[in-house]
Write a protein that binds this ligand. Structure first.
Ligand SMILES: Cc1cc2nc3c(=O)[nH]c(=O)nc-3n(C[C@H](O)[C@H](O)[C@H](O)COP(=O)(O)O)c2cc1C
Length: 185
């Protein structure tokens, strides 16, 4: 006779779900553990840029870049909902991503920490498709039209359709791992 096996977790369907989901214990993990676990995922570093309605350039350092789809070509960045540039990203309809080289750590710090004048003295060019700012010296860039935005927790996800892109052949990326900058050795 087969004995019924009691699962360690119960499979309880959520309303609107077509499949059962594992109903795990709802004890929330601490913010610290969440951040430490995320920090074990190594990423590159990019500056996400946008123009305001007066044509002034703005940008912030991000590492939440993910490629989403090849056909159509879609990518994703996640912006903190407290980010001062959120309204510009929401209204612009376009944004650009400049992937930083290992020599551009100062730019990463600048675009993450400087409260104002981040573009002062920074060399950049308007992207050929959208006019969004592309930082000189970056190892690749993407110009994106905003395909979809999704509010998720304390961040807003900007899914962008890649309208133009460039990849430098000889590229040494700036890396971010365990809350510090790294280089490929
Ligand atoms: C390596 C690195 C990666 C970051 N990634 C993100 C990110 O993906 N999304 C985000 O909203 N902020 C990210 N930040 C923080 C922003 O760059 C920083 O909070 C910036 O000051 C936000 O712009 P604001 O001051 O104009 O609001 C990152 C910072 C660093 C140093």
């Amino acid at each position: 006779m087969r004995r019924a096996i009691t699962p360690a977790v119960s499979l309880r369907p959520k309303p609107n779900d077509k499949i059962g989901v594992k109903a795990l214990s709802r004890t929330p993990i601490s913010r610290d553990l969440f951040r430490r676990a995320c920090s074990r995922f190594a990423t590159g570093v990019a500056v996400a840029t946008v123009l305001d309605p007066d044509g002034r350039p703005h940008g912030l350092t991000i590492n939440s870049f993910t490629s989403v789809s090849a056909d159509p070509p879609l990518v994703l960045i996640c912006l903190d909902r407290s980010c001062s540039l959120l309204t510009h990203f929401s209204s612009s309809g376009f944004y650009a991503l400049s992937f930083l080289s290992e020599d551009q750590q100062d730019l990463s710090n600048r675009f993450a920490a400087l409260p104002e004048g981040r573009f002062q003295g920074v060399a950049w060019k308007p992207g050929p498709q959208s006019g969004m700012p592309i930082l000189d010296g970056s190892i690749g860039y993407m110009e994106c039209s905003t395909h979809q935005t999704i509010v998720a927790g304390d961040h807003t996800l900007f899914i962008g359709q890649v309208e133009a892109a460039n990849a430098e052949p000889e590229a040494r990326p700036l890396l971010y791992y365990a809350s510090s900058y790294q280089k490929i050795r």
